[in-house]
Design a protein around this ligand. Sequence first.
Ligand code: DAH
Length: 345
Amino acid sequence: MQEQITNIREEAVNNINAAINAKELEEVRVKYLGKKGELTAILRGMGALTPEERPIIGSKVNEVRDELEKMIKSREDEFAKIELDKKLNEEKIDITLPSTKVKRGSKHPLNRIIEEVEDLFVSMGYDVVTGPELETDEYCFERLNLPKGHPARDMQDSFYITSEYLLRTQTSAVQARTMMDNKEKTPIRVICPGKTYRRDDDATHSHQFSQVEGLVIDKGISLADLKGTLEVFVRKMLGENLELRFRPSYFPFTEPSYEVDVSCFKCGGKGCNLCKQTGWIEVLGSGMVHPNVLKMNGYDPDEYTGFAFGTGLDRLAMFKYGITDIRLLYQNDVRFLKQFDRLDR
Ligand code: DAH
């Protein structure tokens, strides 16, 4: 019996060493250690042995089984390692290969300007509000102190859809909407960026353009608040050391009204082609909200005052990035847009 065990052991060891892959190794394991394996058969047959033989044979079989299991395990590990190495080799990534270029989009210059303006005013406690681009005559004009037939309507050449509906010519329409929504609730501190439309088309005017409107209403708002706010706005957007000039003007929805000029950021005020030799560039319309506008939109002018301003975002973008034709902002020519890839500041 002992000799039989020794033979089985020897044969098994040879077979384990001869196995060339995990599958063959498994066959060897089953042949000797499986349920119907040769070594298992000896353990099963122990009942037929004499009580003296049993412990001797039993421990021998166990010893051989442990040894074989260890050997199989170690060969299994070897095969697993070979398999893994093979896989790693086959799936090797050549990190020296040049990668395929990922094309990145760039932010449109107008969106950059809008985001910058929004960030600035939000940091000063303003809300950003929007209104419809298809607007009613009522909100675009009438509630802004421009009744039908008012000569100032001629200042803006409008796209009427019907006699009551038009594409808004100014974001000032959102002023009236905001007041009507809030009705005596104060303070109102909003900016309204958005698209606007007029019947224009040349290098400095596009039929679709963008404006931002500002509106503040509260008790005790004065011209000083307007001046201070616009100074921060203009200097932040166009340059910290610029001078501002408030020139009396006329807008139907403000009284008094001002146009704001900024000292030419190209020539520093000496006179050049950008400022048409005047040293100044017009950047904003503004004023104190007209008492009629307050009254018409639900605010008692004896109790509340406010200021408003409006400016063309296209103009700001053109000044800031040296763009000479406004239409470039709307044609979406990639050659133009690509130039703004890395203008983050
Ligand atoms: N809406 C005016 C325009 O399109 C700009 C403007 C002027 C807006 C004065 C205002 C303002 O709010 O107070 O030309």
